[in-house]
Design a protein around this ligand. Structure first.
Ligand SMILES: [Zn+2]
Length: 210
């Protein structure tokens, strides 16, 4: 059996198990999607949003990319954000990074990861540059990248607040709150590191007349 065929088999077993417990489960779920949360997380296979938060299908709307970045030219992310905030009307947007993130480590090194990855990781190098003084003062390598993980999450929260999607929802409906979290691969615990309540004022340069 090929490895991918095992996934299909496991899927069947999973669906049977759920149906045995609640025969209407899938039928009910197919008609509703009213998640309260948008999750922007890392693509890392060890950080599954629903598993680590104990949530069920239908509860979290998810977007994942390398190192959980909010890039203002990323149409994919912006489409997810717009749909979640404007149509699904989520109450909370969570950016969740994780300690030991390979993307963060790669961005902190001088290694050439070739054009596409270099382009993406440059966004994290910008975060490092903004906080160079604090980061350069940390001598221990793991501590340094862990702190960069936290600062990266914080900057992505600012990037969310800079979008007209968030600013419009804040102005009209006083939601969503923005949460910056970091997941620990070693202990499975999520640590909140930054928060921005709906309506928080940011640098006026980024605030639009809406
Ligand atoms: Zn990662």
């Amino acid at each position: 059996m090929h490895s991918y065929e095992k996934l299909l088999l496991q899927n069947k077993a999973w669906a049977e198990e759920i149906k045995a417990d609640d025969p209407q489960y899938f039928e009910k779920l197919s008609h509703i999607q009213t998640p309260e949360f948008l999750w922007i997380g890392c693509s890392d296979s060890r950080v599954p949003a629903d598993r680590i938060t104990g949530t069920q299908p239908g509860e979290i709307f998810v977007h994942r990319n390398v190192a959980n970045l909010v890039v203002n030219t990323d149409v994919n992310l912006l489409a997810v954000l717009d749909y979640a905030v404007t149509v699904l009307k989520v109450k909370h947007v969570i950016v969740c990074g994780h300690y030991g993130c390979g993307g963060i480590k790669a961005a902190a090194s001088k290694h050439d990861h070739k054009p596409v990855l270099n382009m993406w990781l440059k966004n994290i190098k910008d975060v490092y540059r903004l906080h160079r003084k604090e980061l350069d003062a940390i001598k221990e390598a793991e501590q340094k990248t862990d702190r960069l993980v936290e600062l990266n999450v914080q900057e992505q929260i600012f990037n969310l607040a800079k979008t007209t999607i968030i600013q419009k929802a804040w102005k009209k409906e006083q939601r969503p709150d923005l949460h910056g979290w970091v997941y620990g691969l070693k202990d499975g615990i999520i640590k909140p590191v930054f928060e921005m309540k709906a309506g928080t004022h940011i640098d006026p340069l980024y605030e639009y007349d809406l």
